[in-house]
Design a protein. Structure first.
Length: 270
């Protein structure tokens, strides 16, 4: 519900707003926790307007703080499979091809052992989801306490160790800044491992163009490399009103135009 002032009072209205303003899709990550009637209405709008749906979180919100991905108990693994299967059904209903994975640490077991268990669980789950056209996308962050992956670099290492085509990374610019990692350099170095790009300006996770991040260079590299996924808006607003939202849309158009111009100049130079 990013455009609350301009887009309307409910999620189906937000989908129609996105279509009118030329967006490629919407982000509806907690769809599995939403009322079924709302989800069906959103799915209908997405199909009618030919918009995409971005990632769905792989477990219910109430289970986000459970260390499901770092366990080796049969019961916990069964629960994980159950939650993911439910998330896959929601993703397929909405036309999403990606499940977000936010692995929580258990606070007891060694980091090395938890990492190995996460690797095993990710491969096991990815074998289940890949056949249904669903990619697992791991999101490193420290915004939530006690996460398994506290740096983006650790996420890259885990994904590469998994060595599975159905396992990628979510690249969230705000989380990169929180983790004190270079945004553009990290994106360039890990591009082949990234499945989804999410934008938030910093400090404060505010709308692009109101903070300190260089989105033009980031987006230009994505264009150069042929990135074809969605670019999620994962930010708040400096002010919550119609003027801010209208200015935000204009800024996105400007950033897009400038990034395409930079990518075009680089292509000609090459």
């Amino acid at each position: 519900m990013l455009f609350r002032s301009l887009g309307g009072p409910d999620r189906p209205s937000q989908v129609r707003f996105a279509a009118r303003h030329g967006f490629a899709g919407v982000l509806y990550p907690w769809a599995g926790d939403s009322p079924r009637e709302e989800r069906r209405a959103v799915a209908e709008q997405l199909r009618e307007l030919k918009l995409a749906c971005s990632c769905i979180v792989s477990v219910p919100f109430a289970k986000l703080m459970d260390p499901l991905w770092v366990t080796d108990s049969g019961e916990s693994r069964q629960s994980l499979v159950h939650y993911v299967e439910d998330a896959v059904k929601v993703a397929q209903e909405l036309g999403s091809s990606m499940l977000a994975v936010i692995p929580k640490a258990d606070g007891q077991t060694s980091q090395a052992l938890q990492r190995q268990r996460a690797l095993n669980n990710l491969r096991m789950i990815a074998d289940l989801t890949a056949g249904r056209g669903i990619v697992l996308a791991i999101e490193p962050m420290i915004a939530i306490p006690d996460m398994l992956l506290k740096t983006f670099a650790a996420g890259v290492d885990l994904v590469r160790s998994c060595n599975h085509p159905g396992i990628k990374l979510i690249f969230d610019t705000g989380h990169l800044v929180d983790m004190r990692e270079p945004v553009l350099e990290s994106f360039v170095a890990a591009y082949d491992d990234i499945g989804l790009l999410q934008l938030a300006d910093m400090p404060g996770r505010i709308e692009p163009g109101k903070g300190e991040l260089d989105f033009v260079s980031l987006l230009a590299h994505a264009i150069q490399r042929g990135y074809s996924g969605l670019v999620d808006l994962e930010h708040d607003w400096l002010s919550h009103d119609r003027d801010a939202e209208q200015a935000g849309i204009a800024t996105l158009a400007r950033l897009d135009s400038e990034a395409r111009a930079v990518a075009s100049r680089r292509a000609r130079a090459d």
